[in-house]
Structure formats: structure tokens, C-alpha cells
Design a protein around this ligand. Structure first.
Ligand SMILES: [Zn+2]
Length: 416
């Protein structure tokens, strides 16, 4: 089995002494971060070992919102891109993440090598993220593909199943990258309409990937399914799985990942906790021990692909409340007539809106109810609405999926 291409890439960057190299970059990062008003008084000038990182204070999402440019470490003229992330509530300042040209180049470099896990020279890749913003996710993937060299098809989020499927078929496109549930719905459309596709591999990112999405795509397109984890705060790129599909190899030359318990204390490998990220090479806005709100484990041992690079178990968002979105995904996404769904908690009522494009096979409220009956908590009532839609994704047209609470929160919060 071919080892992850991140292995030789990171070995070459770090001279084969990863831990020593990480400690040197961490000390450089601490020194740099102390130039920012926010970190100046919070951080020591340096640490003696990587283990000392655990004694440093955590950075919360609320700190990013409250501080704004208080975390920026370079003059304004060196900022190449600012990403504004919507807040999850209806009030409050948005988060802004600042990148220099060098920060963006490191992400392209990671994408270039990470994508060669599934993209071969001469392949085409349909990009299912917004592609119009210079320095944005779609554009950075496009630049990375050129270096392979492979051809990018800058499509953006799906706005018409028919148009996207015809494009796939007409171009003979072998690979796609995009939102998990959108790509599964597109594969259902291709199967329902008998549109021939030659998809060999799919890369899923920007939202939680559940088993129903993986197995659905494998069955419908006969393709290999890869997963990437990253967020704007990690510089978009973060970790990607390999041919062994046994966890996501971390971008360890640019990021230090810790898994912590509820008190912010590191847990041992194999134990689930919150992912906390420290950037090692970011110049514009280094982040020290940032709480991501995502849950995962560090998988112990060497990957079956042969690489000792550390691996994350497939991450999922931390959830509070009586419902687990991944469980509902596993129950509902296998339905051939369902493209997507949305859960809203309204007091003791669970409102389930099931998106049924008329271009997919029929979908009845009865089969939806049977699929999720066991997931409705005792004492709660389930209300089902089948949304008869056309050729276009409606509930989550290009953003993360969340459980809503009636009277609070945005319906979705994209971070790309
Ligand atoms: Zn591997």
C-alpha cells in the first residue's frame, strides 16, 4: 500500500526530525504571537519541550470574536486575505481570520501534496466549493491542482443536480471535492437518472462525514471516498486520510494538535476529547491552543499505510442537547429519495424537514418516520414535513449542517 504522500513531504520539510522541528517552530510562534496585544501578556517567551504546551492558556472562539485585530502580528499591508466567519448566534461580532501571502502558500503546498493521495497527473477534479474569491478555498484547491498537474473544474456548490451531473458525464471527470451531503445527493441523482459517470475518487470536507455518506458514495459511484478535516482557523487545511482509510494524517509540519478533556487537560492517545490546535508556521495570526469545538481521538500506533504521522479519528462536532445529527444522518441519508434534511428543536417537538427533489425516486413520510422512530427521545413529539423541491439543494445550499433551536441561531454557518 502506498504511504500517505504527506509522509515524504513532511520528512523533507522537517529534515526527518519532526518533534525537534516542531519545538523550534513552536518557540518561534510563541515569540511571534507575543507581538499581538492579545497574546503579549498571556504567553511565555519560550518552552523547553512540546509537553510544556499543555500548561499554556487555551484560546476560545469568543477570544477571536472579541479581539479582532488584537491577534494580528503583522502590519496591515502584509495581510493578503481576511476570512469573516458568521456567528452562530444572532448577535455579536463575527470572527475574522487573517492570512499573509506566505500563510496561503503553505496551505496550497499542503493541498498539493494531500490531493495527490487521490488525484493523479492528468486527472480532472470538480471543485464543489465557492471558487470566485482569490485566496478562498476553491481558488487554493485550484492552484494546488495545477501543481500536480491536474485540471480543475471550478464548479462551486451544487445549484442544479442536472447541470452538475451532465458536466461530470460530459467531461469524464474522475475526482470531486465538496460538501459530503451535497455530493451524496448528486450521486443519488446520477443513479436515479442513469447518468453515466467515471468518478474514481471523492474527497469530502467542510462538514462532518458520516458512514452513510461514505458507503452511499461508494455504492452509487463505485468510487473511493477520502476525508479531509480543516477549518478556516487551521488555514483551511488540517488532516487528510490515506489509501488505508484508517484515520486522517495531520499536517504536522504546520499544526500541533492536542486532544483535551472538558478541563482543557490533554488526554492519552485513543481517548476522545476536543481537538485543540496550535499553528506552527502561521505569520499573520498565529493561534495558540485554539479550542475547535470538534471531537476526535488520536489513533495509537503506526498507520497501516506505513506512516508514523499522527492520525485523527474522523472528527465530529461537539453536540449538546437531546439529538445527535450523525445518528439521524445514518438513519435518513440511505433513503434514495432524500437529498438532505434539517432538524429543529421546538420545546418538546422535533421538527424534521426532509428535502425531496422531484428528480429523485419517491419519498414518503411513512418511510422517513420508520427510519427515525427509534431516535426520537422519550417524551418528545416528532413532526415530519416533506419538502417537495426541484433540481436545486434548498436546506443547505453551501454550508455546514446544524441542529436548529427554534427562536435562536442561524440556520447554518459556512466557514469557507
Ligand atoms: Zn496512512
Amino acid at each position: 500500500m502506498r504511504p500517505t504522500p504527506l509522509e515524504p513531504w513532511i520528512a523533507a520539510k522537517t529534515g526527518g526530525t519532526l518533534r525537534r522541528w516542531q519545538l523550534d517552530r513552536l518557540n518561534e510562534t510563541l515569540d511571534r504571537a507575543r507581538r499581538s496585544p492579545f497574546y503579549r501578556s498571556r504567553l511565555p517567551a519560550g518552552v523547553d519541550s512540546l509537553e510544556d504546551l499543555a500548561a499554556l492558556p487555551l484560546t476560545a472562539a469568543a477570544d477571536l470574536r472579541a479581539q479582532g485585530t488584537g491577534l494580528v502580528c503583522v502590519p496591515q499591508r502584509e495581510i493578503a486575505r481576511i476570512v469573516t466567519l458568521p456567528t452562530s448566534g444572532s448577535t455579536g461580532a463575527p470572527k475574522r481570520i487573517y492570512f499573509s501571502e506566505a500563510d496561503l502558500e503553505r496551505t496550497v503546498d499542503f493541498f498539493h501534496h494531500g490531493l495527490t493521495t487521490l488525484v493523479r497527473p492528468g486527472d480532472q477534479m470538480l471543485i464543489g466549493y465557492p471558487c470566485g474569491t482569490p485566496g478562498g478555498l476553491g481558488a487554493l484547491i485550484g492552484t494546488a491542482l495545477e501543481r500536480i498537474p491536474a485540471r480543475s473544474i471550478p464548479h462551486g456548490p451544487v445549484t442544479s443536480y442536472q447541470a452538475a451531473a451532465e458536466l461530470l458525464s460530459r467531461t469524464g471527470c474522475q475526482t470531486l471535492v465538496g460538501f459530503p451531503v451535497q455530493l451524496l445527493a448528486l450521486a443519488k441523482y446520477c443513479a436515479a437518472q442513469r447518468i453515466p459517470c467515471r468518478v474514481r475518487a471523492v474527497l469530502l470536507s467542510a462538514d462532518t462525514v458520516t458512514q452513510a455518506v461514505r458507503s452511499g458514495l461508494r455504492a452509487l459511484w463505485g468510487c473511493e471516498v477520502f476525508e479531509h478535516y480543516g477549518m478556516t482557523e487551521t488555514g483551511l487545511g488540517g488532516a487528510v486520510d490515506c489509501a488505508a482509510h484508517a484515520g486522517l494524517h495531520l499536517r504536522e509540519n504546520d499544526l500541533l494538535a492536542e486532544i483535551v478533556d472538558g478541563g482543557g487537560r490533554p488526554v492519552s492517545d485513543g481517548t476522545e476529547g476536543e481537538i485543540v490546535i496550535t499553528t506552527l508556521t502561521r505569520t499573520a495570526m498565529p493561534l495558540i491552543r485554539l479550542r475547535t469545538g470538534d471531537q476526535a481521538r488520536i489513533l495509537p500506533g503506526v498507520c497501516p499505510c506505513g506512516s508514523p504521522l499522527r492520525r485523527l479519528s474522523p472528527p465530529r462536532r461537539r453536540e449538546s442537547g437531546p439529538l445527535s445529527l450523525p445518528e439521524w444522518d445514518e438513519a435518513l441519508l440511505p433513503l434514495a429519495g432524500l437529498a438532505d434534511f434539517r432538524l429543529t428543536l421546538a420545546g418538546s417537538t422535533v421538527i424534521l424537514e426532509a428535502e425531496h427533489p422531484d428528480v429523485l425516486p419517491p419519498l414518503s413520510a411513512q418511510e422517513v418516520e420508520e427510519a427515525v422512530r427509534s431516535l426520537v427521545p422519550g417524551g418528545m413529539e416528532l413532526r415530519i414535513a416533506i419538502l417537495q423541491t426541484g433540481d436545486r439543494p434548498v436546506l443547505h445550499p453551501g454550508c455546514k449542517r446544524l441542529i436548529r433551536r427554534e427562536g435562536g441561531g442561524r440556520p447554518c454557518g459556512g466557514s469557507i
